[in-house]
Design a protein around this ligand. Structure first.
Ligand SMILES: Nc1ncnc2c1ncn2[C@@H]1O[C@H](COP(=O)(O)OP(=O)(O)OP(=O)(O)O)[C@@H](O)[C@H]1O
Ligand SMILES: [Mg+2]
Length: 344
C-alpha cells in the first residue's frame, strides 16, 4: 500500500540518454528537459573539477573554451567515453527534473545506446541510483524508438525501425514485444559532421569545427539532388595562409561529403533486410520502414533509402523525440515494461 502511494506521488522519469541529446520526461507531464549531452568543466589550479554548465549552455562553449575549461561530450560513438562526467550529467538532469517535485524517490527508466557493455550499463544504473532513483530500468534504443514511432511492437507483426542519432544508427526489427534482429553501426550524425569537416578541409583548404559542420548539415545538407540546390557561406581558418576566410558552399558539396556515411547506413539496412525471416520481411513490405532520431531529418533521406531498398520509408512524427516518447510509454505501461526491458 505504501509502495503504491509512493508510486502515485513520485513523478517517475523516462530518460533518453543519447550521445548527442538527453531528454527527460516526467510521467503524466511530458518532456521536461531536452538538452545536448554536453558538460562544461572548470579545473582549478589544483586540478579539481567543477561543473560549470550542463546541456545547451555547455554546448555553446564547445570549441570556444579557454585552457582551464573543457566542454566534454561524455558519450561518444554510442559508448561512454568518460564515466565520471556521464555520471555527473545523469545526476544533474535527474535532479533538475525532479527537484521541485516531491519527497519520494522516483522510478526511472533509461534508454541507453544499444551497444553499451554491461559495465557501461551498470555505470548508468549506479548514477541514476546515486541521484536518488528508487528503481532503475534500462531499455534498448531500437525498441524505444519503435514504440515512440507508434509501432505496435507487441503484435505478431514485423516492423522495421531505423534510428539515426548522433553516435549510432540502430536498426531493429520488432515483433511480439521483442527485437528479432538488430544492428548498430557507429555511423550517424557525428560521423557525418566529421566527414563535412574533412571535406571542407580537403576541397577548400578551410578548417572548420564540428559545430559549424553540424550547422552546414542541418542548413543545406541533402541526401538527394534538389530541384534548386541550396548554398550558404561558411567561415573558418585557411589552412595554407592561417588567416580567417569565408567561402560559399552548396548543398551539392555537403551531399558529396555525406555520401560515404549515407551509403554505410543504407548498407546496414540492406544487411538487416537480408537477415529478416521471410514472414517478417513480408510484413515489412506491407508496413514500410520508419525513421527516427535526428538523422531522420536529413533532407531527402527517406527517398534516398527508399530508392535503394525499394520499400516505402516514412519519417516518424517528431523524430528527435521518438525515443523519449517510447521510453515514456514504456514507463506508463508496466506490463509493456516487463516484456521489453532487461536486467543485468
Ligand atoms: N534538421 C536536421 N537535419 C539533419 N540532422 C539533424 C537535424 N536535427 C538534428 N540532427 C542531427 O541529429 C543528431 C542527434 O540526433 P538524436 O538526438 O536522435 O541523437 P542521440 O539520441 O543523442 O544519439 P544516439 O541515439 O546515437 O545516442 C545530431 O547529429 C544532429 O546533428
Ligand atoms: Mg538516440
Amino acid at each position: 500500500m505504501f509502495k503504491r502511494l509512493m508510486g502515485l506521488f513520485s513523478n517517475d522519469l523516462a530518460i533518453d540518454l543519447g550521445t548527442a541529446n538527453t531528454l527527460v520526461l516526467i510521467k503524466g507531464e511530458g518532456i521536461a528537459i531536452n538538452e545536448p549531452s554536453v558538460v562544461a568543466i572548470q579545473y582549478d589550479k589544483h586540478g579539481h573539477e567543477n561543473i560549470l554548465a550542463v546541456g545547451q549552455e555547455a554546448k555553446d562553449m564547445v570549441g570556444k573554451t579557454p585552457g582551464h575549461i573543457k566542454a566534454i561530450r561524455p558519450m561518444r560513438d554510442g559508448v561512454i567515453a568518460d564515466f565520471e562526467v556521464t555520471e555527473m550529467m545523469i545526476r544533474y538532469f535527474i535532479e533538475k527534473a525532479h527537484k521541485r517535485k516531491s519527497f519520494f524517490a522516483p522510478r526511472v527508466i533509461i534508454c541507453v545506446p544499444y551497444g553499451l557493455t554491461q559495465v557501461e550499463r551498470r555505470a548508468v544504473r549506479d548514477s541514476a541510483e546515486k541521484a536518488g532513483a528508487r528503481y532503475v530500468h534500462l531499455i534498448e534504443e531500437p525498441m524505444a524508438a519503435a514504440i515512440g514511432a507508434g509501432i505496435p511492437v507487441r503484435d505478431p507483426n514485423g516492423n522495421l525501425v531505423v534510428d539515426i542519432g548522433g553516435g549510432t544508427t540502430e536498426i531493429g526489427v520488432t515483433s511480439l514485444g521483442g527485437l528479432v534482429i538488430s544492428k548498430s553501426i557507429r555511423v550517424a550524425g557525428d560521423h557525418i559532421d566529421q566527414a563535412i569537416v574533412d571535406y571542407v578541409k580537403k576541397n577548400f583548404n578551410l578548417l572548420i569545427g564540428e559545430r559549424v559542420a553540424e550547422e552546414l548539415k542541418i542548413k543545406i545538407g541533402t541526401a538527394i539532388p534538389l530541384d534548386e540546390e541550396l548554398k550558404t557561406t561558411v567561415k573558418g581558418r585557411d589552412q595554407v595562409e592561417g588567416s580567417l576566410a569565408s567561402i560559399e558552399i552548396t548543398s551539392e558539396h555537403i551531399r558529396a561529403a555525406m555520401k560515404d556515411s549515407l551509403e554505410q547506413i543504407a548498407d546496414a539496412l540492406k544487411d538487416v533486410l537480408e537477415q529478416t525471416p521471410p514472414d517478417l520481411a513480408g510484413d515489412i513490405v506491407e508496413n514500410g520502414i520508419v525513421l527516427t532520431g535526428g538523422g531522420a531529418l536529413i533532407r531527402g533521406l527517406d527517398k534516398y533509402l527508399s530508392d535503394i531498398v525499394k520499400l516505402p520509408v516514412y519519417i516518424a512524427e517528431e523524430p528527435l523525440l521518438a525515443v523519449a516518447k517510447g521510453t515514456g510509454k514504456a514507463l506508463d505501461e508496466i506490463d509493456l515494461l516487463q516484456q521489453i526491458t532487461y536486467e543485468d
